[in-house]
Structure formats: C-alpha cells, structure tokens
Design a protein around this ligand. Sequence first.
Ligand code: ATP
Ligand code: MG
Length: 402
Amino acid sequence: MTPAGTIALPAPMSDGATTRLFAALASAGIGARFVGGCVRNAVLGRDVDDIDVAVTSPPETTMAALKVAKIKVVPTGLKHGTVTAIVEGRPYELTSLRRDVETDGRHAVVAFTDDWQADAERRDFTFNALYAASDGTLYDPFDGRADLAAGKVRFIGDADRRIVEDRLRVLRFFRFHAWYGTPPLDDAALKACARHAGALGDLSAERVAKELLRLLAAPDPSDAIEAMSAAGALARWLPEYDGSRRLRALVAREPKADGLRRFAAILRADSDATAIGKRLKLSTQQALRLEIMLAPEPAMDLAGDAPAWRAQIYRLGTKLYIDRLLLAVEAPGDWRAALALAAGWTPPELPVSGGDALKLGLKPGPKVGALLDEVERWWIAGDFAADRDACLAELERRATGA
Ligand code: ATP
Ligand code: MG
C-alpha cells in the first residue's frame, strides 16, 4: 500500500501514551497503523475519541509484546483479533489485519493476514479505510479522503455485495451520511440499500437502536433520516416514523444534540413509547424518558409567565421539562425565555415533610400524604415564596382545620 501524503496527528494520536504504545509494538517487530474513525476525524480536524489501531500480528502475539513492555492488555475479542491496550488510562483497540473468509449477512468468519490491502477491502466505506502511521504518513487505498471532502459516503466495492455480506451496513450508510455526507446521497449505494431494506428485520434490536440514536445525534440528521425512510430502511423497526418536520424544528432550537430527544421528534404523537422501548430494547431509563417526552399531558404552557413555567419545571424536573419544552415546537409562547429560566433555576424542595405533620399529632397514613400534597399545591401556587415557617403554619392550619 503506497503512502498518500501526511497528516497532522491530534494530541491523543501523538502524545506520550500513544508514542509508548507504538514503540512497544515496533520493538516487537509488529507493524501498526491508526485506522477508521480516528484517522477520518484527524483528516477532518474533528475531535478524536476512540483510537483503533490495525496491527500485523495475531492477537496472542500482540498481547505478548505488550506484556513485555508492561502495558496493560485485555483480550476483548480474541476471535475477531481484537485486544484492548490501556496506556495511562486510555484504551486502544488493537485489531489484527483480517480478511473475511465467510460472511452470513452479519458476522464474518475472519482470517488474520499481514496484507494491508486485504484488510482495507473488507472495510465498509472508502473513508473508513484510511490508515495513518505514527509519524502521520497517510494510506488511502480507495480515495477516501476525496470522498470525505466531497461528502460522499461510498461503499468499497459493489454496494449490493457488501450489504449482502453484512446488512448492518445499510444502517451504517445512513449514519455516516448524517455525520459526514453532503446531499445528494450516492445513488448506487442508496438503490442497494433500498433493495436490501427488507432484510433488516434480522438485525439485533440493540444494534438497530444504537445506530439510529447515533445517526440522530449528528449535527443535522434530518436529510439522512428522510433518505433512510424513503429507502424503506426504517419501516420494519419504526413504523411510527412521522417525517422530519418536527425534527428540523427541534434541531433549530435545541442548545445541544440529544439522540433520544430527536428520536421522540420523529415519532407520531400518539406512538406507544412502551412498545417502541420493547421493540428496540431501549434501557428502562431511555424508555421512561421517551414515554414522558411523548405523553400528551401536561401540555406545555409557554404562553404563561415565569411562575407558571416554574410550576411545570418543579413538577417535571429540569431535564424532562427541557425535553418537553424543546419538543413542543408548535406551542405558542416564548420558548426561549422558558428555556433560559429552566436552565438558570434550581427547583427548591418542599420545606416541610411527613415528620412535621406527625409532630402536629397526625397519625401516620394516607391523610398525611394528602395534607402534604395540599400544602405543596399552595406553596407552588405562591411561586415557592413561602419559607419553612410559613409552610409549617399552613400545614398546621390545614391539619387542624383552623
Ligand atoms: P465511529 O467509532 O465514530 O462510529 P468508526 O469508523 O471508528 O467510527 P467503528 O464502528 O468503530 O467505526 O469501526 C471501526 C472501523 O472498522 C470502521 O472505520 C470500518 O473500517 C470498520 N468497520 C466497522 N464496522 C464495519 C462493518 N460492519 N463492515 C465493514 N467494516 C466495518
Ligand atoms: Mg470507532
């Protein structure tokens, strides 16, 4: 594989820890190059988080070399050739050069090789087969850099064949388009995705959810999700899809991307959050948040004033209030002012508790809870101005019926 120029490596790919790792591999005679997302992002000048490294040695040899250098190493996926090295607290995924021996539509049987070109050929998109040596020498066997500059997500080789090897690549195509693509989408790829959309049902729910949420977390995922739906690649997993209109409005108003909130924005308002959570195997926490984001009640009262907003923030909690506020793209009122208020105000705690009610001589039981609810409503209606003494007096007044 011939070099294709050099790139400047950002700090995580060139600092002391990384240098130590590459030195340890080199002294054992192991060839190593950065690959995948970190090189792609370094080329673009975007943040690099995960560092993937391709190595010429089989995993056992890699592990032995790192042990000699006293670098911690974990056998994370020996069968697939992956071990994780940890240097100064940072993980590095080291994967042996591979070629696919057998594919079944999702999981490939791989053979280790020392052939860089073979390793590149089994990768999905041209810009995901960029490699960089530790001195910044770039290897670009499929002109991925040009595609990246043009915003073209292009399959390596024949799109149909690559999708038949691994159907997940349909979802990856749209995800990478959301993050790195510029319309129009690659026509050959799009048509191939449409042809194989019917086979996506066999994917695991967790993978589908992960891909979808990552797609939606892109700066503006609207075109990608529309294209995905138009290709028929969404219907099997998300018949509730309702177009990108609300998503576009949300993207325009939100301070920070949030995949799950954006997910709520593409669903029909009457969608069953519990059913979606089960189908996509969302975590309990995600499913619950989705349910609250989709619930018709309480209606977002943005036409009101600050006390009304505070009352809702208190009831929902700041995070869920902001979710609902940002999603209420059709509610009239000053959503910017409400958002600023929510971001800058910490809901107080009710200054009285059950213990205070018992001290007044009340017997433990549902009556105490009901009484506290009454005082809480009174306290909220007064815009949280009443302090502990005032709340105690109100509790006593209501407890004694005075
Ligand atoms: P990110 O981590 O930002 O999603 P990435 O490119 O690092 O981007 P990973 O899923 O971490 O993506 O995979 C690392 C590399 O492995 C990819 O860049 C690609 O070369 C290859 N790869 C991953 N999944 C597949 C796949 N399903 N088919 C072919 N190649 C793949
Ligand atoms: Mg990665």
